[in-house]
Design a protein around this ligand. Structure first.
Ligand SMILES: Cc1cc2nc3c(=O)[nH]c(=O)nc-3n(C[C@H](O)[C@H](O)[C@H](O)COP(=O)(O)OP(=O)(O)OC[C@H]3O[C@@H](n4cnc5c(N)ncnc54)[C@H](O)[C@@H]3O)c2cc1C
Length: 391
């Protein structure tokens, strides 16, 4: 069997490696000419995502990249008062980690190529046609190639999804803008074992500090109306001024980190709560293309890794490609959609609405973290392991 995978981000290289392991010939078509440069910030791999890397023998490559062990998330109030702690799950090979998205992407891509998987860069998939014998994939430069299946791992703005028949869905704005940056030599002590998240009076903040003092931070600000591209391009100083004003009077650490950071990344957060179809005959969507989730879930990359591994199990155990892809969708959709909804729910708590609500939140949260949001209540996310058979 031959598979073409559109997109060599996170899901793409891992799907390629998992398929190669079961004897499928794979080629990756990636729209970008080179591996992602400095784009993107950091993301967390929870224990469910790590377990996929373990099974494929990839965990050691990822842990060799700069990272911060983040087995826990500590939640603080606006003035630094501790409200509670939640777990990111338990991993067999070590703590869940936070790492730069580009490190994860590069390590996975390099390893896929080292294992002999062909990557055609600068090749943006625009569509496909299929019959009972196979699928022919079309690229923007006119190049065409045929295979037995096409896997759309081309992210939230998937062109493979757009080429599928039926109702089209567009990413949905979540009402939050994500900002963040990296500050080397922050002077802060390492946040050993935890990501700290702070419910500020007017916005949400998160940070973790590496052993070498480098601070990784993000902020989420609520804006019910989706900002235009022009509004998003207000430059480093524009964002720093806005954030500093939003965190004025809260824990001084926040304006301090922001004002000393030389580059601030900003993007509106979108998700995809429900994509009507994930597969069309010999074509299937995985990762963000099928179910992009807000970073508030902490699960975008982990879900993409789960998809990659489970798709390989389906293709190994079910002889007919169309039936294997349909089984993949049927099994994965409920979990993925539940996690996207969870990301939305968590995001809604980030944008403060009134001082009374904030007061209530600070008063109630210690009980919530003690009795309701616990390792046990989150086990459905973190303790999930990809089934080893699709039978
Ligand atoms: C540049 C970039 C920066 C990101 N930064 C962050 C971040 O800071 N924090 C965070 O939580 N998440 C970030 N994400 C999203 C995160 O990587 C995903 O949510 C998650 O890891 C799921 O991965 P994925 O492989 O499904 O999608 P993605 O990681 O988005 O990968 C999709 C890949 O498909 C390629 N592609 C797109 N269109 C086509 C096409 N038509 N043909 C062929 N290839 C195509 C893209 O170039 C990309 O390499 C980023 C994604 C990208 C692309």
């Amino acid at each position: 069997m031959k598979a073409i995978i559109a997109g060599a981000g996170i899901a793409g290289p891992v799907a390629a490696i998992a398929l190669q392991e079961i004897g499928v010939e794979v080629e990756l078509f990636e729209a970008r000419d080179a591996m992602d440069g400095d784009e993107g910030l950091f993301l967390t791999l929870a224990s469910n995502g790590h377990s996929v890397l373990d099974v494929l023998g990839l965990d050691a490559f990822i842990r060799a990249e700069p990272h911060i062990p983040t087995p826990r998330i500590a939640f603080l109030g606006a003035r630094g008062n501790r409200l509670g702690t939640v777990s990111n799950g338990r991993s067999t090979t070590g703590a869940p980690i936070t790492l730069m998205r580009r490190s994860l992407h590069r390590a996975l891509s390099v390893e896929a190529e080292r294992r002999g998987i062909a990557v055609r860069r600068g090749c943006a998939v625009t569509g496909y046609r299929q019959d009972e014998n196979g699928v022919t994939v079309r690229c923007a430069d006119g190049y065409e190639q045929s295979a037995d299946i096409l896997i759309g791992a081309d992210g939230i703005g998937s062109k493979v999804r757009a080429a599928m028949p039926g109702e089209q869905v567009l990413p949905s704005y979540t009402g939050l803008i994500n900002l963040g940056g990296i500050l080397p030599g922050s002077g802060l002590a390492p946040t050993t074992g935890e990501m700290r998240m702070i419910w500020g009076s007017r916005a949400f903040f998160g940070y973790a500090v590496r052993n070498n003092g480098e601070a990784w931070w993000f902020a989420n600000i609520g804006d019910a109306r989706e900002p235009s591209r022009t509004e998003m391009h207000k430059g480093r100083d524009g964002w720093a001024d806005q954030l500093t004003a939003l965190f004025a009077g809260d824990l001084p650490l926040m304006p301090d980190l922001i004002s000393r950071t030389s580059e601030i990344h900003a993007y509106p957060i979108h998700d995809l709560p429900h994509v009507p179809r994930w597969c069309d005959g010999r074509v299937v969507l995985i990762g963000d293309a099928a179910h992009a989730t807000s970073p508030s879930s902490g699960q975008g990359a982990s879900l993409a890794l789960e998809d990659a591994a489970y798709l390989a199990v389906c293709l190994r155990d079910i002889a007919d490609p169309g039936a294997a892809l349909a089984r993949f969708e049927a099994e994965r959709r409920p979990r993925a959609e539940q996690i996207v909804a969870e990301g939305r729910r968590r995001g809604a708590y980030k944008a403060p609405r009134s001082s009374v609500q904030m007061w209530l939140r600070d008063a109630l949260m210690p009980f919530v973290f003690r009795f309701l949001v616990t390792e046990k209540s989150l086990a459905w996310i973190h303790d999930y392991r990809v089934p080893q058979t699709a039978a």
